[in-house]
Design a protein. Structure first.
Lengths: 318, 227, 667
């Protein structure tokens, strides 16, 4: 592993952290435009993060050391998971840890500590947010892993770089029913896991409608900045997963400068389109009540299962 | 297990067949009657498209006619008639959620697996992948029958019956390259007549027992005939 | 290898010694913690060394003991498989031996019999060691009985409570039914092998129907001991009733001895593998895993919750074993080895983290005298070290990186994902569905342990005696710490441990996993690097470095954090009873999965005061399985009662008839 490859891996990780607020700002701006407002500037999330980092952090009397350490753990886990997904190119050394199950595990780790931090303060909000978050993620997990398995059964690997390379090689097999079903299932799971409408409202402050916001209610200052940044990173993680795994055209496979530039341009375009689709979806749909979320996630599981069944029935020769 | 690179047309056929299977699941789960009719219409469209693609790739000219017939009948005429019927029966806001949805969905998935296993020994025809579409169409037939078992509303039962017919048509198209035209015309008009008769009967049933719930019809035995 | 055999013998001898020494505690109560427990721990240490020696050296060593019947002496044998389980028994016993002195101190002034506690603990360990060492069915069954009986006496240690007595009786009953099934299984094998020794059974040629009979009997018997659904009813009753360090031994080690028995009989002695067996084991394992974790989520008693969680983890282990049988039967030996290694790794992991969690529950019980989650809270302040170690256990059992639970779950998923190589399309769809169920189980387990840690250790204390929890003695902290460190080690260095496990797969399945560790200690590549790889040390390093940098950049010096009140919406300050309770935390899941349980929820309004809410969750297996079986047995017994006429001459008549019949058969 030469130095430039590792340097590029580090650059990719930094690029993730740098671009995540931009994606969140883009979605917010488009939503505002769709609602006939002008909306906050595109770079507003950066201003928010900067402001929060310079503010004082405060803790409740009842909170313990875990409350203080949790934002760092959550951020590092999500960042590590995001950095391993191929963003610009698949030829990096971090591709070796880009195993989908490892990524799911790291996201589960961040969710675990987020829920614990919510319960640490000893208020009803935290408990409610933690309970709902674990409930939604418990139902989303089988759907996500089922969709991933459908991909893995086709590409014979759970390593994301291998899956993307396989996709690029068998280029003409775009219209595969299993992929389309898995894509649909993963889109629904991504909506649930990133806390977007119709599962959770990312901009609400009413306790009866919160899941993610209820968990980070007590945080302030730099802790809150890290938590918000993790949420934006998670959105970018799912976006890149959908964009680069299901529509891999444009991603580089080596480390040449031209290829990298092409990879960057294509991923920016793909993320912009996905962000636009998310903004439209959030504007058109309404948030569901909590006990309709199982139906939503059961639909995701059904789609993923149909993807697996179509792979077994329709796609394998004999 | 290696996947041979399949040309674009056949890929499209596979996608459409899988989408037709998905619509039969949607038909099974859908609580609202009007949405179920729309799902059935989409299933008709998908079946017609598959027929069209088989016609193009295999060069069967009579299948073009079948595709158009299916499209007009299954995707346009019959859903329109059902919609009109539902509006006249004042059921258009009716919604009947499935009892035990988890069990019914698992049964439907088991039926899909079962039809796949059943079709395995069938000798392949000239188009290799159509053997797999036969599995999907058999699954659509079985899920249509499951829908007739699981649902209580009479109109929903009609939809299940029609979806069974869709599945049989798809099986015929994909396995043998379509039935002879006479047979298809005959079947199509039979279905149309069945629709008209259903319309007449539903009014009669509702007039006599004041509901279209199929479970209530077991009261029409010799013991008692009051609802 | 003979060194391993001698060490194992020494460990057994030390266990018996600790049992004998506990007779002294009648006169001198302090000798329980000063003499008996250290000897017990030493026995565990020697067993661990014996196991590691057996794993690293390879080969087989046997010996014949001058005990048993003249024509049927007891044989013992040490090989890689028994070495692995010796290490598992040893490490948990060592931790319990270190933890014990602090814990049993509170029993010294109690009314319960101390010699019984020490004596039966030693006998329990002896029984388990002998089961793992046995090389013939006779010694195996004697040791199995010893294990069951001594654990019965330990479960009923606090015999004042009627609930404990009932739980112990149920445990004894089911242990004996299971033992009977195992004995019958050995009978089938012995009738084909001609002898009761394992060597004879191994070389026996069984026809498929008889092999299936033997398999079913062994699965029933060992599955009942391992606590698979629906034979699990004794687990959530018996494990909470016993003292906490015994619960750690029972849940952490005894269940693993049942797994050992299953592997020994099915993989080694019967030696055949058929896909129907694999599917059956996979299905029952999957159902146990899901039902176990769902029941665990609904419990408020900490130890009962941990017991149900053991049901879940044993289900996961059997899922791995089922996959191994399935792949072996289809001719994919390497994949079978991967699934087998996943199951073995999870066995070791579960022993470690479940032992740790039960020791933690014991520490909580010792400090607060409380087992009910609804009365705990805020314990992290009073017991920081216990809290840290318990958190390690919770993270490990939720299968999160970088700890050990994640490695075994990752390996199980990788094995399940190779189902595309199977020939049958039906199996190719069912195995991923089982894997999805495993994913659901993992996510629900994570939710369960967020509930446990969040309600017990975080927030505010919900009752006065919890607010004034006593500090935890040093020995208890060290015992837990040892297991926590091992959890981290097994998570960060999986390749080393899989290298150790390679000997077991080679011996049992005839297959090794060379490429698992082929890419150095850094990468775990069970099948091929392009297929899947897990760089455990890298992930752990990245996590800890990131955490360290973050805390250093932001947390040092004058970047203080000021304390303030929690947000209260402008109303009264948040009190302890405004927090989410454990029941409330599990409510969404209870509502969605409600059909699987028998739930009775009543709200009765009172005249003066708030309305009363009562929630009762019962195991459906009681109504569907146990009560009908009990009723049938009772009815059959009533029929047999007719034989009891009370007349002496009729009894003598029965004896005469039986004697004549036997003589006629023998002739």
């Amino acid at each position: 592993m030469n130095g430039t490859a590792w340097g590029l891996a580090l650059l990719q990780a930094l690029l993730y952290a740098a671009l995540a607020p931009l994606l969140a700002g883009w979605v917010r701006k488009l939503k505002a435009r769709l609602q006939n407002r002008r909306g906050a500037p595109l770079l507003q999330p950066y201003h928010n993060l900067y402001k929060l980092f310079s503010k004082e952090a405060r803790m409740a009397h009842t909170a313990s050391l875990l409350f203080r350490a949790a934002p760092y753990i959550v951020f590092v886990a999500v960042w590590l998971a995001a950095s391993s997904i191929p963003l610009l190119t698949t030829g990096l050394p971090t591709a070796a840890i880009a195993d989908v199950i490892v990524i799911a595990g790291l996201l589960a780790l961040s969710r675990f500590f987020l829920a614990l931090a919510a319960m640490d303060v000893g208020t009803a909000f935290g408990g409610m947010g933690a309970s709902r978050e674990m409930f939604v993620s418990a139902l989303a997990e089988p759907a996500m892993l089922m969709a991933v398995f459908t991909l893995a059964m086709t590409a014979h690997s759970t390593n994301l770089a291998s899956v993307v390379d396989y996709q690029l090689v068998t280029n003409q097999e775009v219209l595969r029913p299993s992929y389309l079903f898995a894509l649909a299932g993963l889109v629904l799971v991504a909506l649930a896991e990133t806390g977007r409408i119709p599962v959770d409202n990312p901009s609400t402050h009413l306790e009866l409608t919160m899941i993610h916001e209820a968990m980070i209610l007590e945080y302030s200052g730099r802790h809150l900045a890290l938590m918000e940044w993790s949420a934006q990173l998670k959105l970018m993680l799912y976006g890149t997963l959908l964009a680069n795994v299901f529509f891999p055209w444009g991603i580089a496979q080596g480390t040449g400068l031209l290829a990298l530039g092409q990879g960057l341009a294509s991923v920016v375009v793909k993320l912009a389109l996905l962000g636009a689709a998310l903004a439209v979806c959030e504007t058109v749909l309404a948030k569901m009540r909590l006990f309709r979320v199982p139906d939503f996630l059961n639909l995701a599981l059904l789609l993923a299962l149909l993807g697996l069944l179509s792979h077994v029935i329709l796609e394998v020769g004999i | 297990m290696s996947l041979d690179p399949v040309p674009l047309l056949q890929q499209l056929m596979l996608v459409l067949a899988a989408a037709a299977l998905f619509t039969s699941f949607v038909l099974l789960e859908q609580a609202r009657l009007v949405s179920a009719i729309h799902a059935f219409a989409w299933q008709g469209v998908l079946v017609a498209l598959v027929t069209l693609l088989v016609a193009i790739s295999g060069g069967y000219t009579h299948l073009f006619f079948s595709a158009t017939l299916t499209l007009c009948l299954k995707a346009l005429l019959i859903p329109w008639m059902l919609h009109r019927l539902v509006r006249r029966l004042e059921l258009d806001r009716h919604s009947e959620p499935l009892q035990r949805p988890a069990l019914v969905t698992m049964a439907a998935l088991a039926l899909v697996l079962f039809s796949y296993w059943l079709v395995l020994p069938i000798v392949q025809q000239e188009l290799m992948f159509t053997r797999n579409i036969v599995a999907v169409s058999l699954a659509i037939v079985l899920i249509g029958l499951l829908m007739m078992v699981a649902r209580q509303q009479a109109v929903a039962q009609v939809l299940g019956f029609m979806s069974m017919e869709n599945g049989l048509f798809l099986a015929a198209v994909s396995a043998t390259g379509g039935m002879p035209l006479i047979v298809e015309l005959g079947v199509a008009f039979d279905v149309l007549v069945a629709m008209v008769l259903f319309g007449v009967f539903f009014f009669q049933i509702r007039a006599s027992i004041d509901t279209l719930d199929v479970d209530r019809m077991n009261r029409l035995t010799e013991q008692g005939d009051e609802p | 290898m003979t060194a391993a055999l001698w060490s194992a013998g020494l460990a057994t001898g030390l266990a018996l010694l600790s049992s004998a020494l506990s007779l002294l505690t009648a006169r001198n109560p302090r000798s329980l913690r000063l003499l008996v427990m250290p000897v017990f721990g030493l026995a565990g240490l020697v067993a661990l060394c014996a196991g590691l020696l057996a794993l690293t050296q390879g080969g087989v060593a046997t010996a014949t003991l001058p005990l048993g019947l003249p024509w049927l002496p007891w044989r013992i044998r040490v090989d890689a498989l028994s070495g692995l389980f010796l290490s598992v028994i040893g490490v948990v016993s060592l931790a319990v031996g270190i933890y014990g002195p602090g814990y049993v101190r509170s029993f010294e002034r109690g009314r319960d019999s101390l010699p019984a506690l020490g004596g039966f603990t030693g006998l329990f360990l002896t029984g388990m060691l002998l089961v793992v060492l046995a090389d013939d069915a006779y010694l195996f069954m004697v040791a199995w009985e010893l294990m069951s009986l001594s654990s019965y006496f330990l479960v009923v240690f606090h015999h004042d409570s009627a609930a404990n007595r009932r739980a112990a009786f149920l445990y004894l009953l089911m242990a004996h039914i299971g033992g009977l099934a195992i004995l019958l299984g050995f009978g089938v094998l012995a009738s084909f092998g001609g002898d009761f020794t394992f060597t004879a059974m191994r070389s026996a040629e069984l026809s498929l129907p008889w092999a299936s009979v033997a398999f079913t009997l062994a699965f029933f018997g060992f599955g009942m001991k391992a606590g698979l659904v629906p034979l699990h009813a004794w687990l959530p009753e018996a494990h909470p009733a016993a003292p906490s360090h015994i619960s750690a031994l029972m849940s952490g080690v005894m269940l693993k001895v049942a797994v050992y028995g299953f592997i020994r009989v099915v993989f080694d002695l019967i030696g055949q593998s058929h896909w129907q067996w694999g599917v059956a084991v996979l299905a029952i394992g999957g159902v146990s895993a899901l039902m176990g974790v769902l029941y665990a989520l609904l419990q408020n008693d900490l130890k009962r919750l941990l017991a149900y969680s053991s049901v879940e983890n044993l289900g996961i282990i059997f899922m791995g074993l089922g996959l191994a049988i399935l792949f072996q039967a289809s001719g994919h030996g390497t994949l079978g080895a991967v699934a087998f290694v996943a199951a073995l790794y999870h066995t070791v992991n579960h022993a470690l983290f479940k032992g740790l969690l039960f020791l933690g529950a014991g520490a909580i019980l010792h400090s607060t005298n409380e087992r009910d989650l609804e009365r705990m809270g805020g314990l992290l302040r009073r017991m920081p070290w216990t809290g840290l170690f318990f958190l390690t256990g919770c993270i490990s059992i939720s299968a999160l990186p970088p700890f050990n639970g994640f490695v075994s779950e990752w390996l199980t998923f990788q094995a399940a994902l190779q189902a595309w190589q199977l020939d049958s399309g039906v199996l190719r769809s069912l195995v991923p569905v089982a894997a999805a169920m495993l994913a659901l189980t993992g996510a629900l387990a994570s939710a369960c342990f967020v509930k446990v840690f969040g309600v017990a250790f975080l927030g505010q204390a919900r009752s006065r005696h919890v607010r004034r929890a006593r500090p935890v003695p040093m020995s208890m902290r060290v015992g837990q710490g040892m297991l926590a460190v091992l959890c981290l080690l097994l998570g960060v260095l999986p390749t080393t441990f899989i290298g150790l496990l390679g000997g077991v797969t080679r011996q049992v399945l005839g297959q090794a996993l060379p490429q698992a560790t082929a890419h150095g200690w850094l990468w775990l590549t069970p099948i091929a690097p392009a297929t899947a790889s897990y760089g455990a040390p890298l992930v752990a390093l990245a996590l800890f470095t990131g955490l360290g940098i973050g805390l250093w950049v932001f947390g040092r010096g004058n970047r203080r954090v000021r304390r303030c009140d929690a947000w209260d919406c402008g109303f009264a300050p948040p009190a302890a009873d405004m927090q989410y309770t454990a029941t409330a935390f599990a409510q969404p899941i209870r509502r969605v999965f409600g059909l699987l349980f028998h739930i009775e929820e009543t709200v009765t309004p009172q005249e003066n005061g708030p309305p009363r809410y009562r929630l009762n969750v019962r195991d459906r297996a009681w109504g569907l399985f146990y009560l009908p079986v009990a009723r049938t047995v009772e009815r059959a017994a009533r029929q047999v009662v007719r034989l009891q006429s009370g007349n002496v001459r009729i009894y003598l008549g029965w004896s005469l008839a039986t004697l004549v019949l036997l003589l006629w058969i023998m002739a």
